[in-house]
Design a binder for this molecule. Sequence first.
Ligand SMILES: [Zn+2]
Length: 442
Amino acid sequence: MEEAAHHPETPDPDPAGEVVELCRDLLRIDTSNYGDDSGPGERKAAEHVAALLHEVGIDCTVTESSPGRTSLIAQWGGAADRDALLIHGHLDVVPAAAEDWQIDPFSGEVVDGYLWGRGAVDMKDFDAMLLSVVRARTRAGRIPDRPIVLSFTADEEAGGHLGAQHLVENHADELAHCSEAVGEVGGFSTTVRGQRLYLIEAAEKGMAWLRLTARGRAGHGSMINDDNAITRLATAVARIGTHEWPVRLTPAMQTLLASVAELAGTEATPENADQLIDEFGSAARMLGAVIRNTCNPTMLGGGYKVNVIPTEATAHVDGRFLPGYEDEFFATLAQLCGDDIEIDPVSHQQPWQSDFGTPLVEAMTRSLLAEDPDALVAPFLMSGGTDAKHFRKLGMSSYGFTPLRLPADLDFTALFHGVNERVPVDALTFGARVFDRFLDEV
Ligand SMILES: [Zn+2]
């Protein structure tokens, strides 16, 4: 009895009780991913997470794709006779140039109601919410009946090859019973005409990184040359860069724009889609890119001396295509390039989309509305890719659901990979409470 008095057990710990502290501690572990294996790796963060899970009695598999590139998987939840739910977060962050920041990006300080640090929104916020909720529920014996797999991955910021892909290829047996997956990027609020609207990620664009090569006749820079590789390449690159890709509304964006159109007292059509997207303010930068294919020239190369016309010139372009519009993307690109430009793949990823009318999405919606009753919830399509693209290869339906209630004037999308990345402290505790409710219903 004496012993118990010294170590009082809280009968029902607050699911959001530890979230700020857990997030701060994760932010202080530098997991910068430079994309070339030169960073510190994720081992320290993974071991930290494993210890936090172990402390409440959850065992994990800790695995490395290469030295220091560490991910972990834990089996949680009950033994109900049904498919499991995968909940995943990545441990790595993009690098931060400290001199550009107001606060040391790895200090994890709370200033003006925000927790600052690289990874505060991408995505140590969700890692911390998940850990806080799982630890509180486990301590209180509130473990969901549904089998749940928890996964914390390395390398998401460089394509996930050393993280999620490694898990899918080498630990498929620990994931095989999962039919649905929840991770980043979604569940955050935007504000349209004073109305809070939570966006759940239900689709992602595909990616086509391509190298363009023009070949011509080398020669002296002082002479006539009508077969100049640089001129031909530059013309193609300019055509690609200025091309206006037509609006194409996929199911997720149709549903989202219908909600916005209702607020604006109109109906969503491809013609007014850009106008409706503008209603999102700063989030329009990202959302404007998901109602059309896009292709941005990003690198140029060619030549070695000012008076020499080179044989060859190259460019790289970053193409992103909507689910169902890959053929149109490549046909258009070929046209824009013209005949004499060679197009070679550098990296290619498939787009995906999940159903929005599922019980799991209804559970997300109900849990958000329980904490923010006047809000709206809608799906969206993400411009970039996440670990979801790897887990989907095992047949899971994927969603991005990291609930955050954000101030209307916060330029949230600019914080992803941006300077002064930070998350409102009350958004973290809100997110943990919503995620706790969500787990009641999965
Ligand atoms: Zn991320």
